[in-house]
Design a protein around this ligand. Structure first.
Ligand code: GDP
Length: 195
């Protein structure tokens, strides 16, 4: 897989807590429950890895993982939780904006979208932030195994339509299933190709 250790490095709550910008990094964003932890685990071949991001206290942090010695994988907190207090959400959005706009070594974002649901309003908001920060993002459909082959094209049409409104969107959409393993090797190859 990745040469060198694949492990949780640290949770970051403020810009001055970011690790040294000494290698390319990519971030993962998605609504809560989209399957982000499962995808990170499948991608790295480490079953419990992304559990670190979902432990209480870490859910509002920018969580750093090493992908061997070559890249950082950055797990952004799941969004779309209506229950989160406004003050917390605002603080988080400030950090997120600073991170996206200010992190020189951030090469690409992966925006995870549930293949059953397509792009929702909250996803569109994140995509707008990425446009504003000029961070190229690639859309990854998750839980593809839950969608019948005949329905996939409908979702793809909806997603392509949504992406057309976002200048930072990368045209290629990846279809994945952490459960079945579909698309995982492709995603890994995409990441390895990010320099
Ligand atoms: P997160 O909140 O985005 O980190 O989401 P999780 O990775 O915790 O997944 C949320 C739920 O979706 C869990 O019950 C997972 O088992 C399920 N899930 C995640 N990925 C897949 C997938 O590829 N296929 C199916 N069928 N279920 C999945």
């Amino acid at each position: 897989l990745f040469a060198g250790p694949v492990e949780f490095l640290k949770g970051v709550v403020a810009m001055d807590g970011l690790p040294p910008a000494d290698r390319p990094e990519l971030c993962f964003a998605g609504r809560s429950n989209v399957g982000k932890s499962s995808l990170i685990n499948a991608l790295t071949g480490r079953k419990g890895l992304a559990r670190a991001s979902n432990t209480p206290g870490r859910t509002q942090e920018i969580n750093y993982f090493t992908l061997g010695d070559s890249h950082y994988l950055v797990d952004l907190p799941g969004y779309g939780y209506a229950e989160a207090p406004v003050k917390i959400v605002e603080k988080w959005q400030r950090l997120l904006k600073s991170y996206l706009a200010g992190r020189q070594t951030l090469r690409r974002a992966f925006v995870l979208i549930d293949a059953r649901h397509g792009v929702k309003a909250v996803d569109d908001e994140i995509m707008k932030l990425l446009d504003g920060a000029a961070v190229t993002f690639q859309t990854v459909l998750t839980k593809a195994d839950k969608v019948k082959a005949a329905d996939r094209e409908k979702v793809l049409v909806q997603v392509r339509g949504a992406l057309a409104r976002h200048p930072a969107a990368f045209p290629e959409i990846l279809l994945t299933s952490s459960e079945k393993g579909d698309g995982i090797a492709t995603l890994r190859a995409v990441i390895e190709g990010i320099g």
